[in-house]
Design a protein around this ligand. Sequence first.
Ligand code: CDP
Ligand code: MG
Length: 149
Amino acid sequence: MSGLKLDPNKEYTLMLVKPDGYHRGLVGKILARIEQKGYAIVALRVAEATDDELQDHYEEHRGKHFFESMVDFMQSGKIVAAVIEGTRVVEGVRSLVGSTNPTEAAPGTIRGDFGRDYDSGHIQNLVHAADSTASAAREIKIWFPEISE
Ligand code: CDP
Ligand code: MG
């Protein structure tokens, strides 16, 4: 990964496969959907998320009722972080991912096809995807501090 530079004229997004996606062996299937859609994976990393990374990543949700349980869930196993490139990729990947609640997410989306509700007290929805180009730039720095712009 060292030396990777992002092209200021291209659009990128940040995706995470969450611990439920990793431990269910869905990393390949999830990344295949990104590639099938025509986007390019330009950086990829398997990690165990630290508290600091998650506090930064989910900054907008700090203090909400689900925050602590979500951070515990995000540290319950390995995650995969990916930087994805393509025209309108932020919007396109959000659309591939589907809505937050996996029971309600549309069939055909990653959350809709692979996810459901469990009585676990927290949402297990397999993936995260940045919701704007500004969020993507911020989140790429958190998970890939070695990438320069
Ligand atoms: O991930 P997305 O952008 O679709 O949803 P969000 O509203 O930004 O929430 C971020 C994440 O917080 C969700 O993907 C869930 O993992 C978690 N969450 C939760 O556990 N319980 C909620 N009531 C809302 C969100
Ligand atoms: Mg969000």
